[in-house]
Each structure stands twice: as structure tokens, then as C-alpha cells.
Design a binder for this molecule. Structure first.
Ligand SMILES: NC(=O)c1ccc[n+]([C@@H]2O[C@H](COP(=O)([O-])OP(=O)(O)OC[C@H]3O[C@@H](n4cnc5c(N)ncnc54)[C@H](O)[C@@H]3O)[C@@H](O)[C@H]2O)c1
Length: 369
């Protein structure tokens, strides 16, 4: 198909394409059929923000090809990323006659992708899933790699994220940069934080590429966004191709995330995940001493500034509170704090047992008191 970039994702358990291109959603049925995916009926799971846009385009394409489809909407919030929503989805699919020859098409951000992906992985012991991400974060990160999950609520009322789920690769990922046209600027910038993370892990030249194109990116230019998405999917596909189940290398994708989770746990919803990842990635650059790490920090800081992402904590948060939040994260993860440490650009390593003083210093470098 003209103008559609196809990236092969090859993991231990599966091989599939992530396609990126303007107008790709209008060709969803053909893109599926080209890859042998001709379901008897499709459950299109989406959230309200994309119901009349991206989800309708997919629906129209399926109907034109003679495939029966049903549209199921869910709320895109962490609260609705739950076992209850999973149950509702599966019951709707059952009522709507989706059987073993059917498929799930997840149209939305990471919330819809994770829940609908998990529904596809478990409904009738597994039916095919097509991921149609509609946020930048979901295009460059969540839709590729097969992680699906819902959250649970702890006894103290806090949310345990992604605690029940599976690794089940989609059969196809379709990214249409035109679907990002309605994405608010803050959500777009949050997705860019994951691109900065990818750049530090494996593609330092992307920092300059993004900086040079920040105006068309923030203006939702579909060609620039398409190129950005494809470049990031290649990075993610490379990492998950090496280590699908996060036994080793895949953990580098958590760069900045342990810091980010601590920030999010104290910020009471005032900081988006991407903003927290931006600050966390910058803080992580202070974990390794040396000139190469200093260079990485400078490059990350200047890219974040060009994008308009924060480079410091919102209000002076206390180092002790942030360290406590990290410690409870560590307790939940089997007592070992593993951090992804950039020793330089494209030289990140997963390290356990870093001295607390060095972690505290990293927090101070982003404004903690
Ligand atoms: N599976 C993975 O590997 C993976 C990786 C990263 C994040 N995640 C998960 O992804 C979730 C976050 O994803 P997200 O940032 O996409 O958030 P999201 O799914 O909550 O979407 C953010 C907001 O954007 C709206 N939206 C979606 N597409 C839109 C569009 N085109 N135009 C306008 N509004 C639109 C949604 O309705 C929502 O309000 C988290 O639950 C996280 O755990 C999963």
C-alpha cells in the first residue's frame, strides 16, 4: 500500500507487522487480510475520545469488506483499567456473538490497548488482537511488545498497576498519524518523553531530529509524526525482539520509570506519566559519574526544554519522601531496587544496589530538597 511503512516485530513467540502511514485506518480490513487475518466478526474496543474518529474509520473499513463488527466503548482511566471492565468487555463480546474465529481491535490509548489486549489474550483462551493506538505514547510504546494488563486496588485503596495480565503479542499494529490530530498538546508532549527515553537507550541522533522538528511535531504534522512513530517502533521492536519476557535487556525500557513512579505517587495527578518520565530520565542521567553521563544529561535536558517538558520537579518535593516512595516500590518488586543507568548515550545498563547517596544526589539534580 502506498505510503505505508511496515516494520516487522519478531519476538520469541510471534512475528507481526507494525504499519505506520497516513490514512492507514481506512485500509484496516485490507491490511489485516493481507496478513491472513480475516475474522468472522470483530469487537472494536475504544474510548469515547476516538469513537467517532479512529474507531469509526476502522469500523467503516471492516463493514465495507463485509466483516461484521460491534463497537464497545470503555472509559480511558486507570480506575477503569480493572477486572470489572475486563469482565464487562468479555460479557459484551459473548452477547454479541464474538467466537473463536473473531478478533478484538483495540482503538485508543494505552489504557484501551492494555485492557482490550488482555481481553483478547484470555477470551475463549485467546483470540487475535489488532492494536490501533491513537495516542503518541501508545504508538511509540504501549501497542508494541505484547504487554497487556489491568490494575488491582490494594487494601489501603492505592492502585497496583498492571498487576494481572499477560504477554500476548498482537497480530498487527496499525498506526495512523492522522489519528493524533485531536490529541491535546500535553498528551502529545507526554508521548515525546518516551521518545526521548528511546533516544537515550538506542538512538541518540533522534534527540536532535526531534528538536529540529519540534514545530511540525507540536502542530500534529502527520508526515513528521509518522516518521517519528516508525523510528520509535523500530527501537522498541529491537529491544523486545531480544527479550520478550523482560528476563534481561527489555528492562532498559524502564529508564526513568522508577523515578517517575515515585514522582507520580507524590504528585496526586498533577504530573502526567510522560512528564514524570521526562524528569525521571533526566535524574537517571546523574546516577553514573563521568563525562559521558554528563553529556547524556546535557543532551536530554536540551531536548526536554525544546519539547516543553519539565526538567525539574513541580514543587520542591523532599528527597526523603521520594526515596521512601522508591523504597516501597522496591519492596513490592522483591526487595531489589534495579535502576537503569545511562553511562552515556546509547550505553544504558540495569544496575542493582546503587548507593542511596547517589540516588539522593540524582533527585537533588532535578530540584528535590
Ligand atoms: N503495554 C505496554 O507496554 C504499556 C507501555 C506504556 C504504557 N502503558 C499503559 O498505557 C496507559 C497510558 O496510555 P496513554 O498515555 O495512551 O493514556 P490513555 O489511554 O489514558 O489516553 C490518554 C487520554 O487521551 C485520550 N485519547 C486517546 N486518543 C486520543 C486522540 N486521538 N485524540 C484525543 N484524545 C485521545 C483518552 O481518551 C484519554 O483521555 C497506562 O495505563 C500505562 O500503564 C502500557
Amino acid at each position: 500500500m502506498n505510503g505505508i511503512d511496515s516494520i516487522e516485530v519478531r519476538t520469541a513467540s510471534a512475528r507481526y507487522d507494525a504499519v505506520v502511514g497516513r490514512g492507514a485506518l481506512r485500509h484496516a480490513a485490507a491490511l489485516m487480510a493481507d496478513r491472513g487475518l480475516r475474522p468472522s466478526a470483530c469487537a472494536i474496543v475504544c474510548d469515547a475520545a476516538v469513537e467517532h474518529g479512529a474507531a469509526k474509520s476502522v469500523d467503516d473499513s471492516l463493514r465495507a469488506a463485509g466483516t461484521r463488527s460491534v463497537r464497545i466503548t470503555m472509559a480511558a482511566t486507570e480506575d477503569s483499567k480493572s477486572l470489572a471492565t475486563l469482565g464487562d468487555l468479555c460479557e459484551r463480546m459473548l452477547a454479541d456473538g464474538i467466537d473463536r474465529d473473531g478478533a478484538v481491535i483495540a482503538v485508543g490509548g494505552g489504557v484501551v490497548g492494555d485492557v482490550a489486549g488482555f481481553a483478547a489474550a484470555t477470551y475463549m483462551r485467546g483470540i487475535p488482537c489488532v492494536q490501533v493506538p491513537t495516542t503518541l505514547l501508545a504508538m511509540v510504546d504501549a501497542a508494541v511488545g505484547g504487554k497487556t494488563a489491568v490494575n488491582l486496588v490494594r487494601a489501603d485503596g492505592s492502585i497496583a498497576k498492571n498487576i494481572v495480565g499477560s504477554i500476548a503479542q498482537p497480530r498487527l499494529v496499525i498506526c495512523d498519524p492522522e489519528a493524533l490530530a485531536t490529541l491535546p498538546a500535553r498528551a502529545l508532549r507526554s508521548g515525546l518523553a518516551e521518545c526521548v527515553k528511546h533516544a537515550v537507550i538506542a538512538d541518540p541522533a533522534m534527540l536532535g531530529w526531534i528538536t529540529a522538528r519540534i514545530d511540525p511535531i507540536l502542530a500534529h504534522d502527520p508526515d513528521t509524526l509518522g516518521a517519528l512513530v516508525a523510528r520509535n517502533i523500530r527501537i522498541k521492536a529491537g529491544v523486545v525482539g531480544e527479550d520478550e519476557r523482560e528476563d534481561g535487556r527489555r528492562a532498559v525500557l524502564n529508564l526513568g520509570h522508577t523515578f517517575a513512579h515515585a514522582i507520580e505517587s507524590l504528585a496526586h495527578g498533577e504530573v502526567t506519566h510522560g512528564e514524570a518520565v521526562a524528569i525521571g530520565t533526566l535524574a537517571a542521567c546523574r546516577l553514573a559519574p563521568g563525562p559521558a553521563a554528563d553529556d547524556a544529561e546535557r543532551a536530554v535536558r536540551s531536548a526536554l526544554q525544546a519539547i516543553g517538558l519539565p526538567t525539574a520537579l513541580p514543587a520542591a518535593m523532599l528527597v526523603e519522601r521520594l526515596m521512601d516512595a522508591m523504597a516501597s516500590d522496591k519492596k513490592r518488586r522483591g526487595g531489589v531496587l534495579r535502576l537503569v543507568v545511562p553511562h552515556g548515550l546509547a550505553d544504558v545498563r540495569v544496575e542493582a544496589g546503587l548507593p542511596a547517596a547517589r540516588v539522593a544526589e540524582a533527585w537533588r539534580s532535578v530540584g528535590a530538597r
